[in-house]
Design a protein around this ligand. Structure first.
Ligand code: FPP
Length: 240
């Protein structure tokens, strides 16, 4: 769904949470120590959203490319996601957070997928904050999966190729029904998009901050949001 307003506060913020490994290395600790600290920061940022006026938060937890990491790091991250879901389920539910997961679930451990499904079901009536967790997610992979499903509809004679427009494609994306991100933040000083929400970020504003993710406090989040309010978004039009 395209964003279509000039807002003071972004309705939808997406975050590439980068820098956990460097944060841990700076303390002489293993990478997973950084990911654990990163998970605590996720909770703080989610809790800050209602007070800051952010209704949709999407976070990049694990990319389709992250499987290239060591087996120990990948399994440590998967165990962390599972523990996080179990530990935070109650708090997310009572705090009115609706949780969704995007990405390809077929490569994930079935036990983890069951926890993900349960959390989605538990929180599906919540409306205070919409938290979307990208897990085994890649923008190109999402578009390829959407295209495959759409092509199957065409092959079955249910969709006329002449009717395929951006609106129709959007219906097949993992993010179907969510507003497009207004602001994409990447922490740790890297200025890359890394295959995150490629379709959805067509008109997003980007903010690359130096802070490593485990140091990205609610106060820093508020500062970045304040900067967003000063931007003029034109969505391809000229200044009125
Ligand atoms: C990038 O930092 C971070 C990740 C690939 C994992 C993100 C995961 C978390 C923040 C953990 C908790 C998440 C949830 C949803 C509970 P990096 O490891 O690439 O850091 P580096 O660039 O310094 O090596």
């Amino acid at each position: 769904m395209p964003a279509d307003e000039n807002r003071e506060v972004p309705e939808h913020v997406a975050i590439i949470m980068d820098g956990n490994g460097r944060w841990a290395a700076a303390r002489g600790r293993p990478r997973l120590f950084g990911h654990q600290a990163g998970a605590r920061r996720v909770s703080e940022i989610v809790a800050a959203c209602p007070g800051l006026g952010v209704r949709y938060l999407t976070i990049f937890a694990f990319s389709t490319e992250n499987w290239k990491r060591s087996r120990a790091e990948v399994s440590g991250l998967m165990a962390l996601f599972r523990r996080y879901i179990v530990k935070e389920a109650q708090r997310l539910t009572v705090n009115g957070v609706r949780v969704r997961f995007i990405g390809d679930r077929t490569r994930l451990d079935p036990a983890l997928v069951r926890h993900m499904d349960t959390l989605e079901t538990l929180t599906r009536d919540n409306d205070q904050v919409h938290l979307t967790v990208a897990l085994n997610y890649g923008g190109r992979d999402e578009i390829a999966r959407a295209t495959r499903r759409l092509a199957a509809e065409v092959a079955a004679g249910r969709v006329d190729p002449g009717d395929i427009d951006a609106c129709r494609v959007e219906r097949y994306l993992d993010t179907h029904g969510l507003p497009d991100p207004d602001l994409v933040i990447r922490t740790s000083g890297e200025a890359r998009v890394s295959n995150f929400l490629l379709w959805q970020s067509a008109y997003a504003e980007y903010e690359f901050v130096e802070t490593l993710w485990p140091d990205f406090t609610a106060e820093k989040f508020a500062e970045v949001l304040a900067g967003f309010g000063k931007r003029e978004r034109r969505f391809g039009a000229v200044r009125a």
